[in-house]
Structure formats: C-alpha cells, structure tokens
Design a binder for this molecule. Structure first.
Ligand code: ITT
Length: 202
C-alpha cells in the first residue's frame, strides 16, 4: 500500500500528555527538528469519542492538522489487562480520573484483579500513531509490547502505568528502566519505527 510521506516543515505533536511528548521528542530527535506541541500552539484537546485506539488516534491527528494547517502526529495508547478482558484499554487515561493520578489507576487494576482472586495478569501496551495531513488524510501505525503486571508498583521513571508493567524477558518494570532501554522495545517505539520507514526520509 502506498503511504503518503511527510512533506517536511513543521510537525505538530498532538498530545497534551507530557510523558508521551517527552518520549516522542526523544524518538524524533534524529529525524526532524520542526516539532511543536499542540499545547504550545494552544490547540484544544478534542474529546475521544471513538471506540478503538486507531479511531481516537486519527480523530486527534486530524483535528490538530486541520486546525493548524500543518501535519500533526497523534498517539492513542493504553494498557490492556488480559484477566480484565483488555481493560482499561482505550480508557487508560480515564481510569486515572480528572486529576490524572496513575497511583489511583494502578490501584484500581490491583483491586479488580483481587476481586477475581488474582494478584497478577498477562498484559500488553498498545500504541497507535497517526500522522494527519491538513486535508484530513491520515497514515496510521500500531505497536504492541507484551508483559505481565507486578504489585506494588516499582520505579519512578517513565509515566502512567509504567511502574506495574514488566515486559516479557525482563526482570524490571518500565518504571525502573532507563528511557533508552524502554525505547528499544516499547509499543510506542514499535509504532514509531513503522511510521518512520513508511513516511519519513531516514
Ligand atoms: P493525549 O490524548 O493528549 O495524547 P492522554 O493521556 O489522554 O493524552 P490517551 O488517551 O492515549 O492519552 O491515554 C493513554 C494512557 O495510557 C496514558 O494516559 C498513559 O497513562 C497510558 N500509557 C500510554 N503509553 C504509556 C506508556 O508508555 N507507559 C505508561 N503508560 C502509558
């Protein structure tokens, strides 16, 4: 399938999440210097009304690209817990409540597992990255990383649910991991590698 390529110039990173913004800036550093965040441009945060990661990523990318007149990259991501039928999934940010308190969200997962008599579960992170163009076209890519959950949360690095997620084959959580090590395997880095190969000049 032919992919539309990034034409160069300014790229709006359509996220209001500082953890994602930091990781996307790290990942993009070798490829483009023209990054500007949606927050810096004062763009509004659209309501995520779709029912899939892909739908919400495209909704956010399209909203920022059409409002700014520049290409925009959106990230829709989340943690899916096998024993909770994939929850919180697309509702991962909403489980942290209005105050975006991820200690609360991680405790909610622990309690929901405990209610089923469980102390852990297989889990996976999903990241869908969508590159939106000012005419509304989107190019969209998905990455995933599998692991299991550990309680209590471990580590202060990363963001969101990182302190309870231990990727397969590793003894430490994303919350304990060096950012470069997370970038070598994360759901976001895997979606990013596909985006770069398809739409950017390496
Ligand atoms: P934007 O929509 O403005 O980008 P958001 O935080 O609302 O920000 P999402 O709707 O995609 O973004 O929610 C995804 C949530 O999943 C996010 O708030 C994180 O807590 C969590 N998440 C995503 N990637 C993660 C990662 O790499 N490590 C830990 N948690 C992650």
């Amino acid at each position: 399938m032919a992919r539309r390529r990034f034409p160069g110039g300014r790229l709006v990173v359509a996220t209001h999440n500082p953890g994602k913004l930091r990781e996307l800036k790290d990942l993009f550093a070798p490829y483009t210097t023209g990054l500007v965040s949606a927050g810096d441009l004062g763009l509004p945060e659209p309501e995520e009304t779709e029912t899939t990661f892909e739908g919400n990523a495209e909704l956010k990318a399209r909203a920022a690209a059409t409002a700014s007149g520049a290409c925009a990259l959106a990230d829709d991501s989340g943690l899916c817990v096998a024993a909770l039928d994939g929850a919180p999934g697309i509702y991962s940010a909403r489980w942290a409540g209005e105050t975006k308190d991820f200690a609360v969200a991680m405790e909610k997962i622990r309690k929901e597992l405990a209610a089923k008599g469980l102390t852990t579960s297989k889990a996976w992170f999903v990241c869908v990255l969508s590159l939106g163009f000012p005419d509304g076209h989107c190019e969209t890519f998905e990455g995933r990383v599998d692991g299991d959950l550990v309680f209590p949360p471990r580590g202060t690095r990363g963001f969101g649910y990182d302190p309870i997620f231990r990727p397969d084959g590793h003894a430490i959580t994303f919350g304990e991991m060096d950012p470069d090590a997370k970038h070598a395997m994360s759901h976001r880095a895997r979606a990013f590698a596909q985006l770069i190969a398809a739409c950017f000049d390496a």
